[in-house]
Design a protein around this ligand. Structure first.
Ligand code: AMP
Ligand code: MN
Ligand code: MN
Ligand code: MN
Length: 294
């Protein structure tokens, strides 16, 4: 039997609904063999997740999902096998969270102009970790009766052109990849079929990402259709990038698919976990664990 990999999901450390411990427990229940927790711009859930994974016999990988601005679009770059103790990575994450805090205040100001009061405190109530996400504003707006579903609340309030949307600059692709690579991690483009980029721009992104030492793209993602999977498999091969797979699970009621319920990678792809660099990182982390136990 082949192993089940789920290399992209969220906990309450960012905008997920379950605690890191609950995410790991659910992954085990769903027969996941290898799990990466990839919270947005924050690593504070990793320790708890790693400990419980260890006690349950699940192979766990330290991950992150970084917010990046590229060609006037937000693009997400997943880092796997990162070292959360890296000072350079943490300095970068602080900058991203500062932008999030400023943006949160600005979202609340803009909503107030539309007669929606108390959004900042209201959103913060839904945020139990260090980061403030549009998802938390979405929960507040639903609670207040402004919309019935996550899809609708984003569509009417939180996307470009709507009252609660605030443009701004996240990390550059160069910075994000430097933080991931310098912390010993591997960079992966998250859900590449989801961006509003023309085919030409998407290919430019792939080329630049490859040039900067990117390892893989998510070919299988909870938010990809069958066609997306097919197209992204071609894209990965064309740019000599490996393929990753992740559900992007955010919680039982707010999900594309459940943890581990991913279609297998197309045969023609090279799974990111079969790269030598992946295997070296697994060996390195096992050696570090043993050192710690001795
Ligand atoms: P942020 O990083 O704070 O701008 O928020 C982005 C997050 O909002 C994503 O990671 C998703 O979890 C969520 N999100 C974005 N668009 C939608 C949507 N249309 N429906 C539901 N959730 C969304
Ligand atoms: Mn999210
Ligand atoms: Mn994402
Ligand atoms: Mn995600």
């Amino acid at each position: 039997m082949s192993q089940i990999y789920d290399l992209h999901c969220h906990s309450t450390a960012s905008d997920g609904a379950l605690s890191p411990q609950e995410v790991v427990q659910r992954a085990v229940n769903n027969n996941v063999d290898v799990l990466a927790l990839t919270d947005h711009d924050d690593t504070s859930g990793l320790m708890e997740a790693a400990q419980i994974a260890d006690s349950l016999g699940l192979e766990f990988i330290n991950g992150i999902e970084l917010s990046v601005s590229w060609s006037h679009q937000t693009v997400h770059i997943v880092g796997l096998h990162i070292n959360p103790a890296s000072a350079e990575l943490q300095a970068g994450l602080i900058k991203l969270r500062q932008f999030r805090n400023w943006r949160g205040e600005e979202i609340a100001r803009r909503l107030e102009k539309k007669g929606i009061c108390g959004a900042l405190d209201g959103a913060r109530k839904f945020a139990s970790g260090n980061i403030l996400s549009r998802t938390h504003f979405a929960h507040f707006l639903i609670e207040q009766g402004y919309a019935k579903s996550m899809q609708k609340v984003f569509k009417h309030y939180l996307v470009k052109g709507k009252p609660g949307y605030v443009p701004g600059e996240w990390a550059s692709l160069e910075e994000a990849m430097q933080w991931i690579n310098s912390s010993g991690g591997m960079a992966i483009i998250a859900h590449p079929a989801r961006y509003r980029l023309s085919a030409t721009r998407l290919r430019q992104l792939m080329a630049e990402f490859r040039e900067r030492g990117g390892a893989a793209i998510e070919v299988v993602s909870g938010s990809h259709s069958k066609d997306d999977i097919h197209n992204m498999a071609e894209m990965a091969n064309r740019f000599e990038l490996a393929a990753s797979a992740g559900s992007d699970f955010h919680g039982p009621d707010n999900q594309y698919i459940d943890l581990g319920r991913l279609t297998p990678l197309p045969e023609k792809c090279t799974p990111v976990w079969q790269l030598d660099s992946w295997k070296e990182k697994v060996t390195r982390s096992q050696t570090t664990d043993q050192d710690r136990e001795q």
